[in-house]
Design a protein around this ligand. Structure first.
Ligand SMILES: Nc1ncnc2c1ncn2[C@@H]1O[C@H](COP(=O)(O)OP(=O)(O)OP(=O)(O)O)[C@@H](O)[C@H]1O
Ligand SMILES: [Mg+2]
Length: 428
């Protein structure tokens, strides 16, 4: 079974009023990693090319014939021949031309780049049968003079996800890390920070990462979000792309929210998000698109009512949300937060996790957060617990909060003490 090549970005021009073919999907509640699902991956698209998904044409996937067309455009702009519903893509991102000898793909100076079979292209590339053209997580397979692509746009996919129990959602990230070693701080030799971290994260879920001090939580998170993969042996597969080798292609989908407040105290949330959008979205994004994204971000974070208040005057919980919004405004799909609850009162913690849960369950964002306080642990879909054994960070548990209680035979609060005392007993 192929687990690669996730795609929920494309729809054909002319289908723009499509209001979600959810009811007609043959399998509205697919199994995780299933091949026949509304979440088609590049591997699924190759199956289409091989004639294995013929029955779902027009619902899950579609094709676009290049015959008789001198040049077609792919991009974010509604006027493109193939419209990709992704904020990180350029208005006209790539073009495919028909010339003597075949079809060629060229990147149109996009911000996020165009890839063919995983390699970023610079000039014009002659397409070969079964070539995979990718822009971030959006894929086209070139075959028999046509492009085969997943039909679901972001809204449709979100509405399909919303109907699925978080526990049954498809896997979006799979970490298979054998080890991560860095140069020792004292300059002598190498130091192993983490070992044997194998875990799955499902799309549109809220995940807590816990562990004793120095157990490697930040190290593992910085592997999952691709921010620090130096010295990693293994793979971190996000939407079918291994971040260890191809982080550049996927970085536009991943947001990393630091612990420290990174906003300007004299700005308002509205100004902060506008600035962030102008910096992070492609240069050809119009002011209207930016305003729409800012409004959407304020709405997603329940901050519309304080949009014009100064950041310095916001509550602790709202300040944390401004940090999140700086990533969200750029339409990141995968959000990693390092201890966002630190210093927040219990009420604000609950409020923050409610909003993170909303981002995951209702907007399809995948949210992984390092936390210390486990009082709200049942708000999370998955718990990842790390422990330090023999000086190395190891995986002690990955599963639901209820399963964690069974596994440790104790309240998760008490699991900390168990992991401190006898980590070897629990590492996987
Ligand atoms: N570049 C490095 N060189 C040497 N040791 C490092 C390096 N980075 C991290 N470490 C060590 O690796 C271990 C794991 O660090 P990490 O920051 O991931 O832990 P953590 O679980 O996030 O800790 P905390 O609870 O304090 O945030 C720690 O002992 C840390 O000192
Ligand atoms: Mg840390």
């Amino acid at each position: 079974m192929d687990t690669n090549g996730y795609n929920w970005g494309f729809r054909a021009a002319g289908d723009l009023d499509l209001d979600g073919p959810v009811a007609t999907l043959p399998n509205p509640e697919p199994q995780p990693m299933a091949t026949a699902s509304p979440f088609m991956r590049a591997g699924d698209l190759l199956d289409v090319v091989d004639g294995k998904h013929a029955e779902t044409k027009g619902q899950q996937w579609d094709d676009f014939s290049l015959e008789g067309r001198k040049s077609i455009t792919i991009g974010r702009k509604a006027g493109c021949d193939l419209v990709a519903d992704r904020a990180y893509l350029s208005a006209e991102h790539a073009k495919i031309t028909t010339e003597k000898g075949g079809h060629f793909v060229t990147d149109c100076g996009s911000a996020a780049g165009t890839y063919v079979n995983g390699a970023k292209i610079t000039g014009k590339v002659h397409l070969k049968e079964r070539d995979q053209i990718s822009m971030g997580d959006c894929n086209y397979i070139y075959s028999a003079g046509r492009l085969v692509f997943a039909k679901n746009d972001a809204d449709t996919t979100r509405s399909v996800l919303r109907k699925m129990d978080p526990g049954r959602r498809p896997v979006v990230l799979r970490a298979d890390i054998k080890t991560k070693q860095v140069k020792n701080n004292n300059g002598a030799g190498m130091k192993e920070l983490i070992r044997d971290i194998h875990l799955d994260v499902k799309e549109g879920t809220l995940v807590a990462m816990l562990g004793t001090a120095g157990a490697g939580k930040s190290t593992v998170m910085n592997c999952m979000n691709g921010m620090d993969l130096l010295g990693v042996q293994g793979s971190v597969n996000y939407r079918g792309v291994d971040l260890v080798h191809n982080f550049e292609q996927m970085k536009y989908l991943i947001g990393s929210v630091p612990q420290e407040k990174i906003f300007h105290p004299a700005f308002t949330p509205e100004e902060e998000f506008t600035q962030a959008a102008m910096l992070r979205l492609p240069g050809d994004t119009s002011m209207k698109e930016i305003q729409n994204r800012v409004n959407k971000t304020l709405e997603m974070l329940s901050m519309s009512g304080v949009r014009k208040n100064r950041n310095s005057k916001l509550s602790g919980g709202e300040k944390t949300r401004v940090n999140v919004g700086i990533e969200l405004v750029a339409d990141r799909d995968f959000l990693c937060l390092d201890e966002p609850d630190q210093g927040l009162s219990p009420n604000y913690k609950h409020e923050l996790f409610t909003i993170l849960q909303h981002l995951a369950h209702d907007y399809g964002k995948t949210v992984v957060s390092i936390i210390h306080d486990v009082s709200e642990i049942d708000m999370f879909d998955q718990v990842i617990m790390l422990a330090k054994a023999g000086g190395v960070g190891r995986l002690a548990f990955s599963g639901s909060p209820a399963d964690a209680r069974d596994y440790f035979g104790a309240d998760i609060r008490d699991a900390y003490a168990l992991l401190e005392r006898t980590p070897e007993k629990f590492i996987r």
